[in-house]
Design a protein around this ligand. Structure first.
Ligand code: ADP
Ligand code: MG
Length: 507
């Protein structure tokens, strides 16, 4: 009898060692004293540590965030409907973590690994902490490779590099999500994995993004990590960190990764909600004092790793929603100062139908310019200049009754440029196609066209350059500097395309 008991104990210990859990801890339990708003207060659990996971009876999880002498505050990651005061809870001894691995690609999950799509259930091989220190300076390399969005206005004038953090900011319904989703779609065949992290959005909005990704064949190289507006604030708060951990797994395996946080305004609100419930002192706009830090420590994790560390990269596109175009509000200014630039979307441009509604004058990229292909840089310089000049003149000319020839010419040219910068959503373009058409408009080839015909002609130019000059297109998408004679070749093909269309129009 005793021998049997001993044998059992030895076997149990062996199994525990084999599972890699040699440290046996006495099981510690506590009791819920109060529950509400996605927070549980718990008595007991004397040796719990900050950010340790707490398990509730029906496998719900929470994370200890407030440790006080006689009570701890736990933010819940799951629905609390079945929980009430008096229920016993257990410390897990595990730091808050999230699943990582290849098996996540193509799936829609939450930060705890719960499957949210109709696919088969997932078995995880590995979990990693959701909060991890950002890479050391010595482990970081300069940003050298472009992260192409396929959007002309961005790639030409606000270029982004792999490992950069570029904010997308604008009022609601200005096309923020569309810009980010287009950037993801454009990574098709480019060997960049993508994470779309949805925080606090309605379920239908997330479903729409998932559908778009799927219909463009992009879901296969994506992980969609969701905390919807119906999830508890704790889950909404941890989701961006968990999504970043998933992205880092790929980056540390030498891959290039793009992560979209949609959006961090709602993330900040979730944290404010938690902080107020935990009775932490509110500061400006009722946000707690460490609100800057929650976003800076998140975005510091985006980087380009040194080749000694595998050379992977993590590019971050955080999204912020402003109210009444106020980019000087608390959260937008924080994010603007943390990131390496911003793409500003204007409701005014949106209502004029100038889509994507990117306000080039208020947008900037402080890192990506160095990564732009030389051919792109050549066309982008002219473009920015003539466009800025045009915008200024257009404003003034509204009050003038008669314009001199030069002014008129600049304005007519500017209108063509603006027309070319328009782009429907979900139609990202190859860099060579963008360069060719921008070169053509810069050279004035489109100046005599009717505005309404510009977009057709643009398509023709792209098609002809891509099919007639395939090798030159490869050179445009490389670090090589194009010769004058090569630019001539492009312009010749482009003007052929323009005169073809003239004939098409006349006929
Ligand atoms: N380039 C574009 N061309 C045409 N429609 C667009 C474009 N970008 C966005 N839209 C439309 O504008 C609406 C708002 O876009 P969305 O990305 O959801 O805005 P936000 O995320 O800023 O709220 C959507 O209906 C979308 O289809
Ligand atoms: Mg959106």
């Amino acid at each position: 009898m005793l021998q049997e008991l001993l044998d059992d104990t030895v076997t149990a210990l062996r199994n525990a060692v084999a599972r890699g859990a040699p440290e046996l801890r006495p099981r510690e339990t506590g009791t819920i004293t109060h529950i509400g708003g996605g927070i549980a207060r718990i008595r007991g659990l004397p040796s719990i540590t900050s950010e340790e996971m707490v398990a509730f009876p029906e496998k719900q999880l929470g994370i200890a965030i407030n440790l006080e002498p006689d009570e701890i505050g736990v933010m819940l990651l799951h629905d609390s409907a079945t929980l009430s005061a008096g229920i016993e809870v257990r410390a897990t001894g595990r730091e808050a973590d999230t699943p990582v691995g290849e098996e996540l690609l193509g799936r829609v999950i939450d930060a705890t690994g719960r499957v949210l799509d109709q696919g088969k259930s997932l078995r995880f091989n590995e979990h990693r902490p959701i909060e991890r220190p950002a890479p050391e300076i010595m482990d970081r390399a300069p940003v050298t490779v472009p992260l192409e969005t396929g959007i002309k206005a961005v790639d030409a004038m606000i270029p982004i590099g792999r490992g950069q953090r570029e904010l997308i900011v604008g009022d609601r319904q200005t096309g923020k999500t569309s810009v980010a989703v287009d950037a993801i779609i454009n990574q098709h065949g480019k060997d960049v994995l993508c994470i779309y992290c949805a925080v606090g959005q309605r379920g239908t909005a997330v479903a729409r993004v998932v559908d778009t990704l799927r219909s463009h064949g992009a879901l296969a190289y994506c992980v969609v990590v969701v905390a919807s507006d119906e999830d508890p604030p704790g889950l909404r708060f941890v989701t961006p960190y968990a999504a970043t951990t998933m992205a880092e797994y790929f980056m540390e395996n030498g891959r290039d990764v793009l992560i979209v946080y949609d959006d961090l305004t709602r993330h900040a609100r979730a944290y404010r909600e938690l902080s107020l419930l935990l009775r932490r002192p509110p500061g400006r706009e009722a946000y707690p004092g460490d609100i800057f830090y929650i976003h800076s420590r998140l975005l510091e994790r985006a980087t380009h790793l040194h080749s000694d560390r595998g050379g992977g990269s993590l590019t971050a596109l955080p999204i912020i929603e402003t109210q009444a175009q106020d980019i000087s509000a608390y959260i937008p200014t924080n994010l603007i100062s943390i990131t390496d630039g911003q793409i500003y979307l204007s409701p005014v441009l949106f209502h004029k139908g100038l889509l994507p509604a990117i306000d080039v004058g208020k947008s900037v990229s402080r890192v990506g310019g160095k990564t732009q292909y030389p051919a792109f840089r050549t066309v982008a310089g002219d473009l920015r200049l003539s466009y800025a000049q045009f915008e200024e003149l257009e404003t003034f000319s509204r009050f003038a009754t008669r314009l001199d020839e030069d002014t008129r010419a600049i304005i007519e040219h500017g209108r063509r440029v603006r027309e070319v910068l328009k782009q429907p959503e979900q139609r990202p373009l190859r860099a060579a196609a963008q360069i060719a058409v921008l070169r053509a408009v810069n050279a004035g080839l489109l100046d005599n066209l009717d505005i309404d015909n510009v977009s057709d002609v643009e398509d023709r130019i792209q098609q002809r350059v891509l099919s007639e000059l395939p090798e030159l297109c490869m050179r445009m998408e490389s670090s090589q500097v194009l010769q004058d004679r090569e630019w001539e070749q492009i312009l010749t093909v482009a003007s052929d395309a323009v005169s073809d269309s003239y004939q098409g129009i006349k006929r």
